[in-house]
Design a protein around this ligand. Structure first.
Ligand SMILES: *Cc1c(COP(=O)(O)O)cnc(C)c1O
Length: 629
């Protein structure tokens, strides 16, 4: 049972998962704190939405907070610098941002800008991502690390970019790639900056367990590494092998796994150095997690460490191993993506309507009621807090009987509708009593089947693909009315016609719940919900299910004195745009539709005077937003 004196919003656990960035204001609204100006007051998120609406920007929208991105870039770089200074580590940290985690220009441009003072670079896993990386002015010492399968074109571009001052590393993923390296070397005469991707045998626990260890699809085993070293030596290019890479996985829940994997990586580093490779860079890939639930535990969607601890673990482990082996300390690289961008975006949408699984009142009894309807209504007479389960059982029994009578034709539609309404009014009273009674967890659990459905203006498949695909949890909370106790419990359904398009797991103060506490929908103002920490992976993995396109995307900066600046607005896809993604030419569609109207006029089913109205409606739709307006 929750403390009676707690604030009404305590149930959401914002204090637990909000990381001090997302808070609840005195007015009962979600507020955004500026981590770069701790003294500044929190900026009301509904206030930001009101302001954006005046400018013509509406939900659903993706809100990117540039200050959060800057904060995370600083945080990871300063945490490494602090650990390096404390341990007496004798080489720098040179982080790179993996472009695949969020390729949006608005995001990458800012990562490059905020990263410049720290010589933070970029990681490219494909040719298009390298093209993006090379369109940026990085700090002189910053690195570009190229992973992934590479053809001649990819390697040629990587090698040639050195001429422009880029420090572009080609990480070899297989012995076969050595052939490509040699081909490009012969062609250009430029000595490549090479790395090797090592497959660690340590299994990392968590959601991405399978992407680590022996069966990982990336990286080379010891046999392949030896082959690469031999071939590079034979070709006279072993002196180019300066970097060792191993990707630990993603969202590693347990910091002890990080320590073990880094220890193993150091063994390879030592051995490859003994083989004659002048390694100077140790790249530990991604894996630094985000505590989505705020639990601080080594479980899915949480982590049992802070960024500071992660950095300290990496630096200490490498320092110890290198000292032990008598080697110079290598520059440390991590390719943290999720931890850098996840917190900086939030998805905001309005609730369109609700399907309620209770009813406020019970219809009055009637003389011609079927006796089961009378029995069902009679449950109202003995429903008290100490007889909840019994009343639940009785109500369910009578309803079931009535349903089968309805199916057999003994009970008619109106009689059945009265029965449903009586049943739902009983459920309303049971729901209300459960909150007052203590520890009646059996009934509470059963009540989850009666959670309302709040229909929301977004597509799970477009905006939260990982929620659909891999059970990713993101904190979700109403943005307003948080000074009032929530009155209902709901699951969220999106506007696709797919029964999978729903959210039914929510992070609350007490743990994960199958329903979200919500308020009765206000009559005259929108009821907004926010899904937080969606900056990593969601945007590009999202798809066009039902042809719902990109939402509006807005980038803001929190001002040091409170308030916000609008930095950039990207209008969401129009219907015309999503049609072209599936190879429809919007002009052809208009032409085809026009032909049908002319046909209808010839057939006499459409008046010539109505043609314009109908064509205008079609054109307006094709130019409109794919979401509910
Ligand atoms: C995906 C990926 C990353 C990013 O991992 P995070 O856990 O998001 O930090 C880093 N390096 C490589 C090679 C990757 O494939």
């Amino acid at each position: 049972m929750r403390d009676f004196h707690e604030a009404p919003h305590a149930i959401y656990g914002v204090e637990k998962w909000g990381k001090g960035l997302i808070v609840v204001t005195e007015e009962g609204e979600i507020g955004l704190r500026n981590p770069l100006a701790p003294a500044a007051p929190a900026v009301s998120l509904p206030g930001i939405l009101r302001d954006l609406e005046l400018r013509g920007i509406r939900a659903p929208m993706l809100l990117r907070v540039s200050s959060y991105l800057e904060n995370e870039i600083r945080h990871i770089n300063e945490s490494f610098a602090e650990a390096i200074a404390r341990v007496g580590y004798r080489a720098p940290y040179r982080g790179v941002f993996p472009i695949k985690v969020n390729q949006q220009a608005q995001v990458i441009d800012r990562i490059v800008e905020f990263g410049r003072p720290f010589s933070h670079g970029l990681e490219a896993g494909s040719k298009p991502e390298l093209v993006i990386a090379l369109a940026h002015q990085l700090a002189r010492e910053a690195l570009i690390v190229c992973n992934g399968v590479k053809d001649v074109e990819f390697m040629r571009l990587a090698v040639l970019s050195q001429k422009l001052g880029f420090n572009t590393f080609i990480v070899l993923e297989s012995p076969k790639e050595v052939d490509t390296v040699l081909e490009v070397y012969e062609e250009t005469g430029i000595a490549p900056l090479l790395g090797v991707r090592v497959k660690l045998t340590n299994q990392i626990s968590g959601k991405w367990e399978e992407s680590s260890g022996d069966r990982s699809t990336f990286g080379m085993n010891t046999d392949q590494l030896v082959a690469v070293v031999d071939r590079l030596r034979d070709a006279g290019l072993l002196h180019c092998l300066k970097l060792q890479h191993s990707h630990l996985g993603s969202q590693v829940p347990d910091v002890n796994d990080v320590r073990r994997a880094v220890g193993e990586a150091c063994r390879y580093f030592t051995e490859l150095t003994r083989e004659g490779a002048p390694l100077g860079f140790l790249d530990l890939g991604g894996g630094l997690g985000v505590d989505y639930t705020g639990e601080k535990k080594a479980v899915d969607n949480s982590i049992n460490y802070t960024v500071e601890e992660y950095c300290a673990n990496v630096v200490e482990t490498v320092a110890y191993a290198m000292d032990e082996a008598g080697l110079d300390h290598p520059a440390l690289i991590t390719e943290s993506g999720r931890a850098v961008v996840a917190t900086s975006s939030m998805l905001i949408f309005n609730v369109l309507e609700s399907t309620l699984y209770d009813a406020p009142d019970s219809p009055a009894p009637r003389a011609d009621d079927h006796h089961f309807v009378t029995d069902l209504a009679a449950v109202h007479g003995y429903l008290t807090a100490d007889r909840l389960q019994e009343c639940w059982n009785d109500a369910s029994f009578y309803r079931r009987e009535l349903r089968s009578l309805f199916h057999r034709g003994t009970v008619d539609l109106r009689q059945m509708a009265r029965a449903e309404r009586i049943y739902l009014s009983l459920m309303a009273r049971i729901k209300a009593l459960v909150d007052l009674s203590e520890g009646d967890s059996g009934v509470e659990e059963q009540l989850e089947q009666l959670a309302d459905i709040y229909h929301c203006n977004f597509s799970l498949f477009q905006s939260l693909p990982d929620v659909w695909a891999i059970d990713q949890l993101h904190p979700i909370a109403p943005l307003q009315m948080l000074d009032q106790p929530p009155t209902r419990r709901a699951i969220l359904s999106d506007i696709t016609c797919d029964s999978d398009g729903k959210v039914d797991k929510f992070i609350l103060a007490d743990g994960v719940s199958p329903s979200l506490p919500v308020h009765d929908l206000p009559e005259d103002t929108p009821y907004y919900l926010g899904v937080f920490f969606v900056g990593a992976y969601q945007e590009t993995l999202g798809d066009l299910h039902n042809l719902f396109g990109d939402t509006n995307a807005v980038t803001i900066d929190l001002r040091p004195d409170g308030g916000f600046d609008l930095l950039h607005e990207q209008e969401g896809d129009t219907i015309s745009e999503v049609l072209s993604y599936v190879e429809y030419d919007p002009n052809d569609c208009i032409a085809a539709f026009r032909k049908l109207t002319d046909q209808a006029i010839s057939d006499g089913t459409l008046q010539a005077a109505d043609r314009k109205t109908i064509l205008d409606a079609y054109r307006a739709s094709i130019n409109g937003y794919t979401y509910y307006e």
